[in-house]
Design a protein around this ligand. Structure first.
Ligand SMILES: [Ca+2]
Ligand SMILES: [Ca+2]
Length: 379
């Protein structure tokens, strides 16, 4: 901080040589596509005294079109942290024709921590993605979305977060792509083709919005292969199917395991392309049509879930007074299996992270934990 660099790239180059982190002052920075960052990056500082205020001193990395945007990786067995950054597509900012970027942030690290970040892709692409998580990834207090998905053909697909290994969301929102192009597909989280372990805690995942009779949306899509079924745990979270003719909270293609705790699974247009099974009192999508004789094996445990409009404020995150999500969550402190492994394996105090909401309000308030990123505080 004694001798700051003028560009983000110069800061990254210097920090990489010295094995240190990059601290970035507020402002806009451009980033060449397909370039790697091997160090942690912290934004939200003012450039004189280096005091930090992430919301009001925005550090923005502006990504032009291409194959991939910021690629974060680590060569050593240490976590890489990206904190206090807004990563945004050029097209989102200036309203120019959508770029053709496939992924805005790609993570190859042994452990990546995405904290207090906003990732807003703006993509015209066959497979638009905002975050590609190839390694274990923890996403805390962050917002990830695709603004303006402009597909090229009806086979095209937007998956806001692609998770191929271990993904944990805490107090975060993932929004599928919305488009005016009919009959395409949009998912919030796509559990990829390798073994995926996905844990969604006090977060909000939506499928996006696709018009047309063959439009398809889902909050979480699990692909996987049969020898490595995806493991999905959803606790205290809002799962919104999105808006389409074939909208579902979950779309599942293979045998899989799922634990669904105290969550709100709903959708204004929850019509469900796959057979809808009103199990556990909530609509879920478990089978493809025509496959009733050999349904995929699903191991699901579900407890105390609801299906109701979460009554969100205009920001799409906070709960309004009277929401069914208030006090309907599970006390996750009594469920150490969910958070203890993170301190044992990675030294990350996940219990501490989930004991505060997206505003820093302590959980619980009033009669119990709330569902979603916000713990509602009476005003
Ligand atoms: Ca509460
Ligand atoms: Ca709150």
């Amino acid at each position: 901080m004694a001798s700051p660099k003028r560009t983000f790239a110069a800061g990254v180059a210097t920090a990489t040589l010295s094995g240190k982190a990059v601290y970035v002052a507020e402002g806009d920075y451009s980033w060449a596509i397909d370039d790697y960052v091997f160090v942690s990056v912290y934004g939200g500082y003012e450039p004189i005294g280096w005091t930090r205020d992430i919301p009001s001193q925005m550090t923005r990395l502006v990504i032009p079109g291409g194959d991939a945007g910021l690629i974060a990786s680590t060569l050593q067995n240490i976590p890489i942290v990206l904190e206090g950054l807004t990563i945004v597509g050029e097209a989102v900012l200036d309203g120019s024709p959508p770029d053709t970027l496939t992924s805005y942030l790609v993570l190859f690290a042994d452990l990546a921590v995405i904290s207090q970040d906003r990732i807003l892709a703006g993509g015209s692409s066959r497979w638009a993605r905002a975050l590609d998580a190839w390694g274990p990834t923890l996403v805390v207090n962050s917002e990830i979305g695709i603004e303006g998905f402009v597909p090229e053909t009806s086979d095209d697909l937007a998956s806001t977060v692609m998770a191929d290994r271990l993904l944990v969301l805490v107090n975060s929102t993932v929004r599928g792509g919305s488009t005016t192009t009919p009959n395409v597909t949009s998912y919030g989280i796509y559990a990829g083709d390798l073994m995926s372990v996905i844990t969604v805690i006090n977060s909000l995942v939506t499928g996006g919005s696709v018009p047309g009779p063959r439009g398809r949306t889902a909050a979480i899509y699990a692909a996987g292969v049969k020898v490595f079924p995806p493991f999905v745990t959803v606790a205290n979270s809002i799962i919104d199917s999105g808006q389409s003719a074939r909208a579902g909270g979950f779309h599942l293609m293979v045998p899989w395991f799922m634990l669904l705790l105290n969550s709100d699974v709903w959708g204004a247009a929850l019509t469900c392309y796959y057979d809808m099974i009103l199990d556990f009192g909530i609509p879920m999508c478990l089978r493809q049509p025509g496959q009733l004789n050999r349904p995929p094996v699903v191991w699901t445990q579900a407890f105390d879930n609801i299906s109701a409009d979460p009554l969100l404020a205009g920001d799409g995150i906070h709960l309004l007074d009277g929401s069914s999500c208030i006090d309907a969550g599970f006390d996750l402190m009594t469920y150490p299996d969910l958070w203890l492994p993170w301190s044992q394996i990675y030294g990350i105090d996940l219990a501490q992270l989930i004991s505060q909401d997206i505003d820093g309000d302590p959980r619980p308030q009033d009669w119990g934990w709330d569902i979603g990123p916000d713990e509602w505080v009476p005003r």
